[in-house]
Design a protein around this ligand. Structure first.
Ligand SMILES: Cc1cc2nc3c(=O)[nH]c(=O)nc-3n(C[C@H](O)[C@H](O)[C@H](O)COP(=O)(O)O)c2cc1C
Length: 155
């Protein structure tokens, strides 16, 4: 199956997860891992599984990721399996009551990505998932790479 993993990343953490997912799904699938700003429309042709990942920025996916998802024509993902992930900070560890409160209301990037994908007729095959970074710019918390491998292991 052709697998396309589209991601955005400022500091490399989301990119790292995207690559781990790509490596886990290879070689039994034909996998392409591409940063959103390098995506060519033809890369979507023939895709059987589309995974989209973004850093959580102000409780949302990045602007390029949202723009891409919004621009997908209605029904574009019909018959395509989809999954969404993000990277994020654990508000409990940041020890900010305000951030905790805001996260409860506004959440993270993975869920809205999944909603867009389903809205464009994608078939959600994995629960939207987030991978934690230690500090705002990373690195990823211990164990998150393994968790990413497990996330796609059942596919
Ligand atoms: C401007 C800015 C806003 C952020 N907003 C959030 C947020 O709302 N929720 C969250 O969990 N993490 C937030 N973070 C932390 C990012 O999620 C973290 O930088 C990201 O996971 C790193 O991924 P990357 O290396 O792929 O860019 C923010 C970081 C920055 C710099």
């Amino acid at each position: 199956m052709k697998v396309l993993i589209i991601y955005d990343s400022f500091f490399g953490n989301t990119e790292k997860i995207a690559q781990v997912l790509g490596n886990s799904l290879s070689p039994k699938n034909q996998v392409e891992v591409v940063k959103i700003n390098a995506l060519k429309p033809e890369q979507l042709t023939g895709v059987g599984l589309l995974i989209v990942g973004s850093p959580t920025r102000a409780f949302r996916p990045t602007k390029p990721i949202v723009k891409f998802l919004k621009k997908l024509p209605r029904g574009a993902l019909k018959g395509i399996e989809v999954a969404a992930f993000d990277t994020r900070i654990n508000p409990v560890e940041v020890n900010s009551r305000l951030l905790n409160f805001m996260v409860k209301i506004f959440g993270y990037a993975a869920e809205p990505i999944a909603k867009y994908l389903v809205k464009k007729s994608g078939l959600l095959v994995l629960p939207p998932t987030g991978y934690f970074v230690k500090e705002s710019e990373g690195p990823l918390k211990d164990g998150e790479i393994e968790r990413a491998k497990e996330w796609v292991a059942g596919l």
